[in-house]
Design a protein around this ligand. Structure first.
Ligand code: BES
Ligand code: MN
Ligand code: ZN
Length: 514
């Protein structure tokens, strides 16, 4: 399956003097004010002041991540030197670091050099060298991502496919591990992007099921695909109601990664609506193509599973994906229809476009059988979340404060941030129905919150969190495409659990302070 293959890129870490490294392009960070870092100082000395002279001339822009390509710098072994702006010296922080690496990644991915060496000598306040190495490795590997349209011959290979991170000291095992982790996270991101970017006529419920099978084969996961009849037997009336008018049969995907012995699993639930027309409550036509991204929650779960399996983390993780296509048709759910969920609770479907919560409800009930440590669902659930938080921040809801903190911290550590929103009981009133236990529609006010409150009714048997990624999963406009979010957040959380991390040790900045 195309989606489990990756553009091969190799990332290593080495201790070497940058001016002596023979490579296609040597990447060095620099402050436009002319202050040199340890690595750039060495290059400056070797080139007899050429580097600092260019920077002093004012050619390097202040925006972190902007670049300057220098050829044949005297005294330097590398064919080219890519100078990357680190921004204002007194403002240098983790965001500037990520922006700088992203700038370098972009240049490396499209440039002529086939191999590259990247110096990592700028200290990031409050962050370790291992954090820098993991972050750089992830962003550089992610930078090489390209979506190849199925059926079209792939574009000619360009860009660096072998990247060496340069540090001033001997690379410890911890550091090598950090680099490996960053790379594995990027692989998960790439899978999530691939699945998200595929058109709805390719990536349908059956395709997601096949991808799960392929992933299972490659990484020795236990995979079970429940067919429509199996779902019916389980009583998944809510999930089935979403896909009942589609020519593509519903699938319920279960993947189990077992690396943690007898410990309780972390269950990830991903909304897998492979195309959301809205159903009989049909969506307007403009930009409806973007509803192929409505399975990005599922895609992020696939991506996280791939990273976990690649890293052989000593934990147990279960992935659940209700995969359905929301179509209108003669057999479609009508507004006003009442369905019975697997939990036994009945739902009056007032709007067939509020389908994600229906699919997730049954998956959340199914999750109970795993006796989970935590259940986290990820869903492109509400347009209201985009209005609340825009495209920068995912919405987070949880019935457990500690779990919420850990997820916020994981987002903060990776720059894949989320923000906690409330689920006060009073909001539940908006879901009242005259004809069933609840309706699937909470009205316009607090649309993301009432959607989360709906899910909460199906997640009361365990510690649970919900990530609304409607604003963060994809980009519209010229750069249209899936972002692979929140794979960085999820994998950071899972790696943290695998390493027995002490949560709450890094300071979480509020947006106002950031
Ligand atoms: N998939 C959409 C949510 C969405 C909207 C994701 C925009 C990404 C971008 C979801 O199924 C939906 O249609 N939600 C409705 C809910 C409403 C009918 C209560 C919405 O947000 O309008
Ligand atoms: Mn919808
Ligand atoms: Zn949807």
């Amino acid at each position: 399956m195309a989606t489990t293959k990756n553009r091969p890129i190799e990332i290593n870490v080495e201790s070497a003097s940058p001016e002596k490294v023979k490579t296609g392009v040597l990447v060095v960070g620099a402050f436009p004010d002319g202050t040199l870092l340890r690595s750039s100082q060495k290059i400056d000395e070797a080139s007899k002041g050429k580097l600092s002279a260019v920077i002093k001339r004012g050619d390097l822009e202040e925006k972190p991540g902007s670049t300057l390509l220098l050829h044949d710098l005297p005294g330097v072994e590398a064919e080219r030197v890519l100078v990357v702006s680190l921004g204002k010296r007194d403002k240098f922080d983790e965001k500037a670091f990520r922006d700088a690496v992203s700038g370098a990644a972009k240049a490396l991915a499209s440039g002529p050099a086939r191999d590259a060496a990247v110096t990592l000598s700028a200290d990031v306040p409050g962050r370790s060298l291992a954090w820098r190495a993991q972050t750089a490795s992830r962003i550089l590997a992610d930078g090489s991502y390209r979506f190849d349209v199925p059926g079209k011959t792939a574009k000619k290979e360009r860009g660096a496919h072998k990247i060496t991170l340069l540090i001033g000291e001997k690379a410890s095992e911890e550091l090598k591990k950090a680099v490996h982790q960053g790379h594995a996270v990027a692989e998960g991101i790439a899978l999530a992007k691939d699945l998200g970017n595929l058109p709805g006529n390719v990536c349908n419920p059956g395709y997601l099921a096949e991808t799960a099978r392929a992933l299972g084969k490659e990484f020795n996961l236990e995979v079970e695909i429940l067919e429509r009849a199996d779902m019916k037997k389980l009583g998944m009336g809510a999930a089935l109601s979403v896909g009942q008018a589609s020519a593509q049969p519903c699938k319920f995907i279960v993947m189990q990664y077992k690396g943690g012995g007898k410990s309780k699993p972390i269950v990830l639930v991903g909304k897998g609506v492979t195309f959301d027309t809205g159903g009989i409550s049909l969506k307007p036509g403009a930009n409806m193509d973007e509803m192929k991204f409505d399975m990005c929650g599922a895609a992020s779960v696939f991506g996280a599973m791939k990273t976990v399996a690649r890293l052989k983390l000593p934990i147990n993780v279960v992935a659940l994906v209700p995969a359905v296509e929301n179509m209108p048709g003669g057999n479609a759910t009508r507004p006003g229809d009442v369905v019975t969920s697997m939990s036994g609770q009945t739902i009056e479907i007032l709007n067939t476009d509020a389908e994600g919560r229906l699919a997730l409800a049954d998956a959340l009930t199914y999750a109970e059988r795993f006796d989970p440590a935590y259940v986290i669902d990820i869903a492109t659930l509400t347009g209201a979340c985009v209005i609340a938080l825009g495209n920068l921040t995912s919405g987070l809801f949880a019935n457990d404060d500690e779990l919420a903190e850990q997820l916020l911290e994981s987002g903060n550590d990776t720059g894949d941030r989320a923000w906690l929103l409330p689920m006060f009981d009073e909001y539940q009133d908006q879901l009242k129905s005259n004809f069933a236990d609840m309706s699937n529609l909470g009205g316009r006010p607090a649309g993301s919150i009432t959607a989360a409150c709906f899910l909460k009714r199906f997640a009361d048997k365990y510690k649970w969190a919900h990530l609304d990624i409607a604003g963060t999963n994809a980009i519209s406009g010229d750069a249209k495409g899936a972002t692979g979010r929140p794979v960085p957040l999820l994998t950071e959380f899972l790696i943290g659990h695998a390493q027995g991390r002490a949560w709450g040790t890094t300071e979480r900045k509020t947006p106002a302070a950031a």
